[in-house]
Design a protein. Structure first.
Length: 427
């Protein structure tokens, strides 16, 4: 909210613009105008007033009159404008009233106050602290609403100058809702077309005042391929519905997701990235692993890190190496695309590029055996000096003897031991 001094400053001149000044009406062709002049209050006589520049014509439009205010006292006045034609005939003088304020300089504001709905009178509203000056910018305050009823209201703010003059009030409407929110009893969604309140697809929830970060599955049966909108709304115990949350999404048959990759990697050292593809892919299709530009974009400066030719495989593992000419940075992203059909709007994965791989974790990139090198981000079996991050179901095969320094379990990661298999965890 920005509040300005509550008066008009006229320090130098007053500018008037007139739409049209006509010469005295006659029944024949109008001679051209040869003079336009103005005066304030007292007529000095025809031809003796202040000349107004203009282009010669029988009609003068958009005339600008620059009125010097220094010699005019404060108060109400009248501005007169008249025109003369080539036959020395004068028009009737057009006149305009104006007021010159007696302001000298810009006095500071001395008070800012506010009230809700009913005006208690100038100076009797709630005072607001602010930095003294001719203007007050971005005045922030907390509005107590304890004594304000639920419903729509108006907030009014005004200021006063050091000369005791008040500004025009600024008004902001607002709505006060329930202070103690009742529990949410229903959450529902629909795609594209609203079936009506309470008739959309319900989401299982626990009663709560607020729901944050709720994950649920949206039923897309019957939803055609293409762009769509998902709408979500909630209802509280008093039967009131929330505003609708809207999310755009696209339905398509072909989707490629990255199923495993390290949290980041260094340059010029191989690592593994797993992927899974759903849908139908045509003969000659090629899956390509791409590294974005340094800001996460896939329009310019995209780096291809590897490709797999397949029209039937639904999963695979890339074994890429980041080139040395890729700059170090934390804004990169990975994605996998296909060539036939050409699918590029795939989910992406944050992937910082660092200067060294020594401190990075070895991660599982797909389900499989511990002894399968392609299951691991560094394309080898973990050894006793590795720190392993487990993200998939990893099976310890029969008779396997292995070790790792540390094992870090993610939410989806777990081990399954077959007969006569063991894994030693080094301290």
């Amino acid at each position: 909210m920005r509040l300005y001094k509550p008066y008009i400053t006229m320090n130098k001149s007053l500018l008037f613009v007139f739409a049209t000044v006509l010469c005295a009406s006659t029944a024949y062709a109008q001679p051209a105008l040869n003079r336009i002049e103005f005066f304030v209050d007292t007529d000095p006589g025809f031809g003796a007033a202040t000349l107004v520049p203009f282009s010669g014509s029988t009609v003068a439009t958009n005339i600008s009159v620059d009125v010097p205010m220094a010699s005019i006292p404060a108060g109400f006045h009248r501005l007169f404008v008249r025109a003369r034609n080539a036959n020395s005939q004068w028009s009737v003088a057009a006149h305009y009233a104006f007021y010159k304020d007696a302001v000298s300089g810009s006095p500071d504001l001395s008070r800012i106050e506010y009230f809700v709905d009913a005006d208690p009178g100038f100076g009797a509203a709630t005072n607001l602290p602010f930095t003294t000056g001719p203007t007050a910018t971005d005045v922030q305050f907390t509005l107590p609403l304890d004594n304000v009823a639920i419903g729509f209201h108006n907030l009014f703010v005004r200021s006063q100058s050091a000369e005791g003059r008040w500004s025009v009030m600024s008004r902001r409407p607002f709505y006060k809702d329930e202070v103690n929110q009742p529990d949410i009893v229903r959450l529902e969604y629909f795609v594209d077309n609203d079936p009506g309140y309470g008739a959309a697809t319900a989401v299982a929830i626990n009663r709560a005042v607020m729901i944050n970060n709720l994950s649920y599955t949206v039923d897309l049966n019957g939803v055609t391929n293409g762009a769509h909108r998902l709408y979500v709304r909630a209802q509280n115990a008093q039967g009131r519905w929330s505003n609708i949350s809207v999310r755009d999404f696209t339905v398509q048959d072909n989707v490629i997701t990255i199923t495993g990759a390290p949290d980041g990697w260094c340059r010029n050292t191989a690592f593994n990235v797993g992927y899974t593809a759903t849908g139908t892919y045509n003969p000659g299709n090629v899956f390509t692993l791409q590294l974005s530009d340094a800001t996460g974009g896939f329009i310019n400066n995209v780096t291809a890190l590897g490709s797999i030719s397949s029209s039937t495989l639904t999963s695979g593992v890339f074994m890429p190496t980041i080139p040395n000419n890729v700059a170090i940075g934390s804004g990169y992203r990975l994605r996998v695309i296909s060539s036939n059909p050409g699918v590029t709007n795939m989910p992406t994965l944050d992937f910082p590029v660092g200067t060294t791989c020594q401190c990075l974790t070895m991660s599982s990139v797909r389900p499989g055996d511990w002894s399968d090198a392609t299951c691991w981000s560094r394309n080898r079996i973990p050894i006793g000096t590795d720190a392993v991050r487990l993200r998939h179901l990893i099976t310890i095969p029969d008779g396997f003897l292995g070790n790792a320094r540390t094992l870090i379990y993610d939410v989806t990661g777990r081990l399954r031991f077959n007969v006569n298999a063991w894994l030693r965890m080094n301290p």
